[in-house]
Design a protein around this ligand. Structure first.
Ligand code: MN
Length: 307
C-alpha cells in the first residue's frame, strides 16, 4: 500500500518528454493522457470528476513509476484563461497596511504572461527596483461554472497550489489600478503541483515566505477574511469560470514594501514560498535580460527605458 503525503497532480518534464502524473510520496505515477501543446492539469480536470478519478486510480494501480527527484516540475496550469487575485484579504495584512477591512472583496487581475514554474527565475524588471513577494494559497477551478452558490463552491474546486503574487510596487501604486504592477512577465510562479481538494483543509493551512532563509511572512489561512468558497460565489456572479482558472486568495502580513525601511528583492535572492500540505515554490531573482526587447523576431539591442 502506497502512502502519499500529498494527493496531487504534477505536470513535469524529463529527458524523454513532458506529461502529467500523480504524486505518490517521492514517486510519480504517469497519467495515461496525451497533452496538447500548452495544456496542463486543467485538461484532466475538464474531463469531469468521475473520469479524472478513473485516470488517477488507473495510474495508482499501474506499475509505472518515476522518481520525483528525476523530473522537473512545471507550472501545473501554463495558460489559464483567467487569474483573479484579491487585495487585503488577511486580517494581519490589513492591520499592517493600516486599512479598513473592505466591505467588498478587492478583486484584481494578473495576466497569463505572468505564469512561471515552481523553480523558474523571477525577473527583476529593467524599469523598477521595487520588486516584492506575496505568499498566497491559490484555488484552481475544476469545472466550468457560473453563479455558484457558496454552499456548492466545493463542487467546482479542482485543487490548490502555491502562488507567489510577485508585485512591482511603484508600478502598482502609480495609478489606482493595480493591474500593470501585477502583470510583469514571470511574476506568478505557481505549483509545485495541484493538490487535490480531499488532501487538505483550505481553512487551516500554515503558509510562509523565506528570503535567503530569513522568515518574512508567516500566517495561516484561518486569517482569511473571505475564503475560497466566498470568492468563487462572488466572482462567478460576474463571469463563467473555466477549468484551470486561478483565484489567488491574498497575502498575509510581512510584505517587503511595508517594512521600515522597505526591503525589496534583488538578483541572487532565493524566494521560498511554502504552504504546509500543499508544497513549496523556490525561485531565484534574476535581472530581466538586457535583450528582452523585441519586435517579432527582431531583437532590440540595449536596455531601452522610456520613463
Ligand atoms: Mn496578492
Amino acid at each position: 500500500m502506497v502512502h502519499n503525503a500529498y494527493m496531487a497532480l504534477i505536470r513535469y518534464t524529463t529527458s524523454t518528454g513532458a506529461g502529467l502524473g500523480v504524486v505518490l510520496g517521492d514517486e510519480v505515477a504517469p497519467l495515461d493522457v496525451e497533452l496538447a501543446a500548452g495544456a496542463g492539469v486543467e485538461a484532466v480536470l475538464a474531463a469531469g470528476t468521475s473520469e479524472t478519478r478513473t485516470l488517477i486510480e488507473r495510474a495508482r494501480r499501474g506499475s509505472r513509476r518515476l522518481p520525483l527527484g528525476d523530473l522537473a516540475a512545471l507550472a501545473p496550469v501554463p495558460k489559464p484563461s483567467k487569474i483573479f487575485a484579491v487585495g487585503l484579504n488577511y486580517a494581519d495584512h490589513i492591520a499592517e497596511a493600516g486599512m479598513p477591512t473592505p466591505e467588498t472583496p478587492t478583486i484584481f487581475a494578473k495576466f497569463p504572461n505572468t505564469i512561471a514554474g515552481p523553480r523558474d527565475p523571477i525577473q527583476r524588471p529593467r524599469v523598477s527596483g521595487e520588486l516584492d513577494y506575496e505568499a498566497e494559497l491559490a484555488v484552481v477551478i475544476g469545472q466550468r461554472c457560473r453563479h455558484v452558490p457558496r454552499e456548492r463552491a466545493a463542487d467546482v474546486i479542482g485543487g490548490y497550489f502555491v502562488l507567489n503574487d510577485v508585485t512591482v510596487r511603484d508600478w502598482q501604486k502609480m495609478t489606482p489600478q493595480w493591474t500593470i504592477g501585477k502583470s510583469f512577465d514571470t511574476h506568478a510562479p505557481i505549483g509545485p503541483w495541484l493538490t487535490l481538494p480531499e488532501a487538505v483543509d483550505p481553512g487551516d493551512l500554515a503558509l510562509r515566505t523565506l528570503v535567503n532563509g530569513e522568515l518574512r511572512q508567516q500566517s495561516n489561512t484561518r486569517e482569511l477574511v473571505r475564503d475560497p468558497h466566498d470568492l468563487i460565489a462572488f466572482i462567478s456572479q460576474a463571469c463563467t469560470l473555466e477549468p484551470g482558472d486561478i483565484i489567488a486568495t491574498g497575502t498575509p502580513g510581512g510584505v517587503g514594501f511595508l517594512m521600515d525601511p522597505p526591503r525589496y528583492l534583488a538578483p541572487g535572492d532565493e524566494v521560498r514560498v511554502e504552504i504546509d500540505g500543499v508544497g513549496v515554490l523556490l525561485n531565484e531573482v534574476v535581472d530581466e535580460p538586457a535583450d528582452s526587447g523585441h519586435i517579432g523576431e527582431e531583437r532590440l539591442a540595449g536596455a531601452y527605458v522610456a520613463r
